[in-house]
Design a protein around this ligand. Structure first.
Ligand code: ZN
Length: 190
């Protein structure tokens, strides 16, 4: 669902990091399409843009529900303002909101160097489907569907994994997966 007249407002939610329990849980479908849901999504978008990231799933902010937001199109630049201070400017927002998504068709294969706000500092190539077909609901609960290719397709698959309790490092080889698991656990333990 594309958001008409999007305004960058909301609050920054805390982002949970691997191996926090909520990231490995199977998220529950959304059943109530109400103002609480609208508020959560607004705050998720705000959090994603400020992180900054191109996608954010509800479990990443500690909410185990089948919701994610993404924007693979926006521009972000750091400019020096008239007082000589660095300022982040974002424009050309194209936020998308997918609720209770189901990937109902896949084709082709592609690899992309992925990162994740819940696994800071780790970037690794992951194999994904090149094209997907997705059925989902919008904020009002209406059923929609879309076809996605390339970056949008990759991003949807990455975010959809979060809803199934899968963090992208779990899609790497056993060797890399274990290396990052140990590294993250060690960092958390500090
Ligand atoms: Zn992620």
């Amino acid at each position: 669902m594309k958001v008409e007249n999007y305004r960058l407002e909301g609050k920054k939610l805390p982002i949970f990091t691997y191996p926090d329990q909520v990231l490995s849980a199977m998220a529950a479908p959304v059943t109530e399409f109400n103002t609480d849901l609208e508020k959560l999504v607004k705050d998720m978008l705000f959090t994603m843009y400020h992180a900054p990231g191109i996608g954010l799933a509800a479990p990443q902010v500690g909410v185990s529900q089948r919701i994610f937001v993404l924007d693979v199109d926006y521009d972000r630049e750091v400019v020096t303002n008239s007082e000589g201070l660095d300022e982040v400017r974002m424009s050309n927002f194209n936020p998308m909101i997918l609720i209770n998504p189901i990937i109902s068709g896949t084709s082709g294969a592609t690899t992309f160097e992925e990162g994740c706000l819940s696994v800071p500092g780790v970037y690794e190539e992951v194999k994904r489907y090149k094209s997907i077909h997705v059925k989902y609901r919008d904020l009002k609960g209406a059923e929609l569907e879309l076809n996605a290719d390339d970056l949008l397709s990759i991003c949807i698959q990455h975010e959809n994994d979060h809803l199934d309790g899968i963090v992208f490092i779990e899609r790497l080889s056993n060797l890399k997966k274990n290396f990052y698991k140990k590294k993250m656990q060690k960092e958390k333990g500090r």
